[in-house]
Design a protein around this ligand. Structure first.
Ligand SMILES: [Zn+2]
Ligand SMILES: [Zn+2]
Length: 249
């Protein structure tokens, strides 16, 4: 298969032999996005990037990751201008606040939510980094469905360790849009087998991890179980629980 700029990372992800190639890609995409946002090229000083971080903000997980990354001044500057916009919007919401009706025996049930709640939900769900990561991951899902037309790549997929539950959902979701009729049966059969076989393997590793705490097994070999806890967590929810913080150099 002819490799190009989008297929190379997907090929590399499948060569990584990770528990989930899409977790592997997502980590790469996330670190790149953090470095782009708060790293040495100081994108946060460019008006269009600052405009985007001002309107989208960051989620809790990515605030933590930005904090760990370590550019305190960059974080302070991004929050400084974000706060100005947020306070303006909040003032409007508070000025137009409609009190919910008093609770009473004959009071009508409130119709829908208070507008401030809808505004808060939107505000709190929005994240510049999540947006960037989702955009890039969606491109990789499309690339994956393009690549499975190639027999050599299909063999690689068949030899992989399957997916985590999170990326199983994402890939099945994307399959509706990108999966061609020619690969349809192969895809669902392969993914089904991979999930079944690899969850059996993970469960075996986890069982042996627990059994190792039995004094009778104290001197027995760990086999593949030493990191069974973090690998099982990854299989169940995605991500890399054993990773240390990603920090600027
Ligand atoms: Zn995953
Ligand atoms: Zn986020």
């Amino acid at each position: 298969m002819k490799e190009h700029i989008d297929t190379i990372p997907v090929s590399e992800a499948y060569e990584s032999a990770d528990e989930c190639p899409f977790c592997w890609l997502e980590r790469q995409v996330e670190q790149k996005a953090i470095r782009y946002t708060a790293g040495p090229c100081a994108s946060y000083m460019e008006p269009d990037v600052r405009g985007a971080t001002d309107s989208q903000g960051f989620c809790r997980m990515h605030f933590k990751k930005l904090y760990d990354y370590g550019n305190s001044l960059g974080n302070a500057l991004m929050m400084q201008s974000y706060l100005i916009g947020l306070r303006k919007e909040l003032d409007v919401q508070l000025d137009n606040l409609e009190l919910p009706p008093k609770k009473g025996l004959f009071a009508k049930k409130p119709q829908g939510d208070m507008p401030i709640l809808e505004w808060l939900r939107k505000k709190n769900a929005s994240c510049f980094l999540c947006g960037k990561i989702n955009y890039n991951m969606n491109r990789y899902y499309a690339t994956f469905f393009h690549m499975i037309k190639d027999a050599e790549f299909r063999t690689k997929v068949e030899g992989s360790k399957g997916l985590c539950m999170h990326h199983l959902e994402k890939l099945l979701e994307a399959s509706g849009e990108y999966l061609g009729n020619g690969e349809r049966e192969w895809f669902f059969e392969t993914v089904g087998n991979l999930m079944h076989d690899n969850l059996t393997r993970i469960q075996g590793d986890l069982d042996w991890f627990v059994d190792k705490f039995d004094y009778r097994n104290a001197t027995a070999d760990w086999k593949n179980s030493k990191d069974a806890v973090s690998r099982t967590m990854q299989k169940l929810k995605g991500g890399f629980p054993a990773d240390g913080p990603f920090q600027q150099k």
